[in-house]
Structures are given as structure tokens and as C-alpha cells.
Design a protein around this ligand. Sequence first.
Ligand SMILES: Nc1ncnc2c1ncn2[C@@H]1O[C@H](COP(=O)(O)OP(=O)(O)OP(=O)(O)O)[C@@H](O)[C@H]1O
Length: 258
Amino acid sequence: MGASSTLVPSLSTRDLTIRFGGHVAVNQVTADFYPGTLTVIVGPNGAGKTTYFNLMSGQLPATSGSVHLHGKDITGSGAAHRTRLGIGRAFQLTNLFPNLSVLENVRLAVQSHAGIGMNMFSMWFGHKELIERAGHYLERVALGARRDTKVAALSHGDKRKLEVAILLALEPDVMMFDEPTAGMSVDEVPVVLDLIHQVKAERNKTILLVEHKMDVVRKLADRIIVLHNGTLVADGNPVEVMASQIVQEAYLGTPEHA
Ligand SMILES: Nc1ncnc2c1ncn2[C@@H]1O[C@H](COP(=O)(O)OP(=O)(O)OP(=O)(O)O)[C@@H](O)[C@H]1O
């Protein structure tokens, strides 16, 4: 399903702007993000991709402009409130409890989701069911064999897979991924990419990615947004955007990103 087939965006930004002193890191960015669509945000180093993500997830307050979730203005909401409203972001690594097991980390997310979304449900949703459901998410990210390992002992790649499992367990409408395959070994990358692809298709989620690797962009993107010096310079289907002159000059022409 693409943007054109759904009328109501789940997440929108309008003239979203942030200044750090005299520097405008994100400059009047307007975009709509739709269920069932995976949008990749690309751009050169320092273009404002992470800052734009931080503005949408609530880690940073906007200087001006607005953010809307299902049509509701959430510009004044902080990150924790936005998470409860349905914006989930993976790969902040800070979400993990290093001294608990892999399974316990996901179990807490399952429990948190059950508690927030279905109060009655959580009253009779037993420990066994929580563990089973957590185990299911771990299998999906190919971490089943590490379920009893303490998180502190995981490799960087496994920590990232665990964050995907936690994000899945929280079932947010909007899923944001910062470079989901960074730090992963070559054989781990397809597991996570396939999973993101599946989640988009099966659950009709709105998925946003910041990604540098162009092979990952090509595999996953339904749509690409290009930021350059904080400004949105291209927005559209991957083939058109990648072929556009502004992208070739601003980004894809640089050998390290090709
Ligand atoms: N807290 C901050 N204070 C001051 N300047 C900042 C702050 N955060 C980001 N910037 C600046 O804003 C600009 C955009 O940074 P940002 O990290 O969003 O870029 P990016 O596109 O994600 O880059 P990269 O691809 O290297 O991660 C940069 O010039 C950066 O130095």
C-alpha cells in the first residue's frame, strides 16, 4: 500500500523547524507519513536527519512548526507522552536494561503494552502468557537462543535486534528506526531487513528510517525523503528521487554513499 491509497496520514510535520543558536538544523520541513508505507530519510552528514527524527519523536522541542499524530497536534508533547500515543523509536540503546535477561527486557515491553492498551486484559494476562509472547518476538528477530543471556553480554548487533523485538512488543502505529543495521554482521542484516519489511506489510505500520547504506535504502524504501542543510530537497518514489539531479549532486554522487 502506498501513500496515494490512504487518505489520512498517521504522522505529519508542518514547517517543522529547529534552530541551535544561529544554525537552522531543520528548516520548515513539511511531510506526511502513511500507514503501510516505509519512508527512508537520507542526506549527507549533518543534513538534519537525526534532528528531524528527534523533533518527531519528541526528544527535541521545535522552534516553530508542528507535529501531528492521526491529525492531532502533538507539538507540545514530550517523548514519553508521544510513545504512549503510538510513536515508537528503536535504537536508542538507552531503552535496554543491561542487568536483565534478553527475555525479561521483552517481557517488560509486552507487559507495558498490555497495561497501557488493555487494562482489563492486563489483570488476567498471566506471567506465562507474557513470557510466551515475549519469546515469540525474540524468535522473530532470531534471538530465541539468547533469551536467558544478560543484555550487558550481548553483541552490538544482538542489542539492536533486541530493540526491534521491544519495539514490536510495544505495537506502536509509527515505528522509527535509526540506521537499523548499523553495527550488524553481514549475515544479521537480512534478518532485520526482512522483519521490518514484514511488519510494514502485515501490520500496516507507518515506518520511518534514517539510513546511510544505499543498498538498504533500495531494498526497503517505498518513498525517499532527502534532507540537505536542514531543508527537504526531494520527496517521492525511490526510482525518481535517486535519479533526480539534486540528489545526485547533494548526496548520491559522493563515493562513500554510493
Ligand atoms: N544539540 C545540538 N546543538 C547544536 N547543534 C546541533 C545539535 N544537534 C545537531 N546539531 C547540528 O545540526 C545539524 C544537523 O545534525 P544531525 O545530527 O541532525 O544531522 P544528520 O543528518 O543526522 O547527520 P549524520 O548523518 O552525520 O548523523 C548539524 O550541523 C549538527 O552539528
